[in-house]
Design a binder for this molecule. Structure first.
Ligand SMILES: [Zn+2]
Ligand SMILES: [Zn+2]
Ligand SMILES: [Zn+2]
Length: 262
């Protein structure tokens, strides 16, 4: 008998590593509010039965029960949103963006697009009025802030770090960090990347909050805003690093690396 094809996945800091044996279910994207907050945009996941899933390292793994029907797993050290496990079913879903190398997968379905962000051309958010300040919160409520409306242009980043942390790719808009009014930073945790950037996330629920580039530029994860942002996705960066399981079909400008190249 030949050994089944094995895929390896990991968070950014190495605190969570897993292996799965093929075949993997085609990828579904989920735009629901819970996935939006944890990923910072929307989540892309594939799935296997439990008997084809192995946790190799779990020192960073934290589970969050957003409801009775499922639990959600992230790395409490770097914030990567990795797992979704339904109660009473012998299967687990995991982030397509966390898989190493070639996946050979494609996106087959899009779920809850009506709950997606108003900035997201792949969602189908109903029109809503914009408040004076945008309320933002993590999934568990331990981290809450607001900031001036509207959000500016939203940048999608497909770099390896954003892929692994969000589970797919990130979406964020520039903001003045001093314009954020924090109501709670109870479980806020900061992960500093090897390149000197830092990323704020909620260590309890794994929601993505903000990003500070090594040069100091600050941005807010679009998915953490509770309601409409007034912003719109404007460009894709680091598409040279994007996963093999999706394509970009929105016609927006794409940059191989950062926004300064063509
Ligand atoms: Zn980690
Ligand atoms: Zn939280
Ligand atoms: Zn990135």
């Amino acid at each position: 008998m030949t050994r089944p094809e094995t895929h390896r996945g990991a968070c950014l800091c190495g605190g969570v590593v897993f292996e799965v044996d093929a075949p993997l279910r085609p990828v579904t994207t989920c735009h629901c509010t819970q996935c939006r907050k944890q990923s910072g945009h929307f989540w892309a996941a594939t799935s296997v039965p439990h008997d084809r899933f192995r946790l190799i390292r779990d020192t960073g793994l934290r589970w969050f029960h957003a409801s009775d029907s499922a639990r959600r797993g992230h790395c409490g050290q770097c914030g990567a949103f990795l797992f979704w496990e339904p109660a009473g079913e012998a299967r687990i879903s995991f982030a397509a963006g966390a898989l190493e190398g070639t996946t050979g997968l494609t996106i087959a379905e899009r779920w809850f697009t009506e709950d997606g962000g108003d900035y997201d051309p792949e969602a189908n958010a109903p029109p809503q009025g914009l408040p004076e300040r945008l309320p933002a919160s993590c999934l568990c409520g331990d981290c809450r802030f607001d900031l001036p409306a509207p959000a500016g242009p939203v940048t999608a980043c497909h770099c390896l770090q954003c892929r692994v942390l969000s589970g797919h790719f990130s979406a964020s808009f520039d903001a003045d960090p001093n314009s954020l009014r924090w109501q709670s930073r109870l479980s806020e945790r900061v992960f500093t990347t090897p390149g000197g950037a830092s990323r704020g996330f909620c260590a309890t629920c794994g929601s993505k909050l903000w990003f500070r580039a090594a040069d100091g530029r600050f941005s807010v994860e679009a998915g953490v805003v509770d309601g409409p942002t007034g912003g719109r996705l404007a460009r894709h960066i680091h598409v040279a690093s994007m996963g093999d399981y999706y394509t970009i079909g929105d016609g927006l400008p794409q940059h191989a690396k950062d926004a300064s190249d063509a």
